[in-house]
Design a protein around this ligand. Structure first.
Ligand SMILES: [Zn+2]
Length: 382
């Protein structure tokens, strides 16, 4: 059994502030991981690291790219963190600083180079050496999921002029749109405090429209990958929050591929294109499929994002967003004090945060075939 996700909720009322992690920092994975890295464009100003984490359990491959635009800090900060994530199966390839020279200059583009994210034309060779070397990573690892992390100074309101923040752009087909919608909904529920900052999903521009040459477009159209371009807004938003948004979006978008365990018996074949919400049967539906594990999902009230929790408050913990794609969840168990044993059961429970420090709450769900998964929320009283 392996913890698949972790979220944070903070209460105030004690002196001092606890640092908040932003993503998977668990050292508890039971899966052996191989970590490797190598340098693209070695010896040049464009030299940049590629990190490859491979779980002992085979599975799909995800590629996460940050720093395509050097002044979009949240993407490469999140990317550096994501590169260190533990995964439970498959392969995670991360290029945190795709445009390292632009990152070093804190500029959208490297001098004289133009916009790196316009150098990946569909159906053609990328047009610069750096773009070709990044595309070489795609060709080598053949990712099932490609996620490119960006930032905008504004918020998308259906009009590109106002900025493109708070959008997950993707091809409009299944399962890409379903996955993007699920991730956006999850973020909005748990990490977005203001309605006008809610994430939406947007369709990639068509090939006949500008802009063209985007890595995510090329990945979606020239390979079998499901591709996403995530844009968070920097408008009135601190870096930590933007990094958290990116990390949580990536976590949601790769959850099915890399963070859930197979529950045993998965042959690890490419299933990066199967639907996540389980109401599809597009893989053939022969009735002979391996059991898919459930997905545990804790929602808190007050929500993680709204910052209204105070010491002494009672937090409602709700598991009803958990799901099982090919059956039903038959058991919900709660560890409310982080001791590894379960004190409560049922779809929801409550916890009163009366003491200073951190509470680690784990939800374990079991499906009708006995497969389990967990979700975790850290509630810190700071
Ligand atoms: Zn960008």
């Amino acid at each position: 059994m392996t913890t698949t996700r972790r979220t944070f909720l903070t209460a105030v009322g004690c002196t001092g502030l606890l640092g908040l992690g932003v993503a998977q920092t668990s050292g508890e994975s039971e899966t052996d991981l191989a970590r490797d890295s190598f340098t693209l464009m070695s010896g040049t100003d464009d030299a940049t690291e590629v990190y490859v984490t491979t779980a002992s359990e085979s599975g799909p491959t995800a590629l996460v790219v940050g720093g395509m635009h050097g002044n979009e800090e949240a993407g490469y900060v999140a990317g550096e963190d994501i590169a260190q994530w533990d995964i439970n199966r498959g392969t995670l390839v991360t290029i945190p600083k795709a445009n390292a020279e632009a990152v070093a200059a804190d500029a959208r583009t490297a001098s004289g180079e133009g916009d790196l994210n316009r150098k990946f034309p569909v159906g053609e060779e990328p047009t610069t050496e750096l773009a070709r070397s990044i595309w070489g990573v795609v060709e080598e690892y053949e990712p099932d999921v490609v996620i490119d992390l960006h930032e905008s100074v504004g918020i998308f309101d259906g009009d590109l002029v106002g900025g493109v923040g708070q959008v997950i752009f993707t091809s409009w087909d299944e399962p890409a749109s379903t996955d993007a919608k699920k991730a956006a909904d999850y973020l909005n529920e748990n990490y977005v405090a203001r309605d006008d900052y809610e994430f939406s999903i947007g369709a990639f521009s068509s090939s006949s429209n500008e802009p063209s040459g985007l890595l995510a477009h090329k990945a979606a159209r020239d390979t079998d990958a499901v591709a996403f371009l995530a844009e968070v807004t920097s408008k009135d938003t601190e870096l930590d929050k933007r990094v958290q948004w990116h990390s949580k979006l990536v976590q949601q978008l790769v959850e099915e591929e890399l963070l859930t365990t197979s529950g045993g018996g998965d042959d690890g074949s490419d299933d990066g294109d199967d639907g996540e919400d389980g109401n599809d049967d597009e893989d053939g539906g022969t009735g002979d499929e391996e059991n898919q594990p459930p997905v545990a999902r804790i929602q808190t009230s007050p929500s993680v994002g709204d910052g209204s929790l105070e010491r002494g408050d009672t937090v409602t913990l709700d598991a009803s967003a958990s799901e099982d794609s090919d059956g039903e969840i038959v058991e919900y168990m709660w560890d409310l004090d982080g001791d590894g044993s379960f004190e409560a059961d049922g779809k929801s429970t409550e916890l009163t945060v009366s003491d200073c420090g951190s509470y680690r709450v784990t939800l374990q769900v079991t499906d009708d075939k006995g497969a389990m998964s967990t979700d975790e929320v850290i509630i810190s009283v700071a």
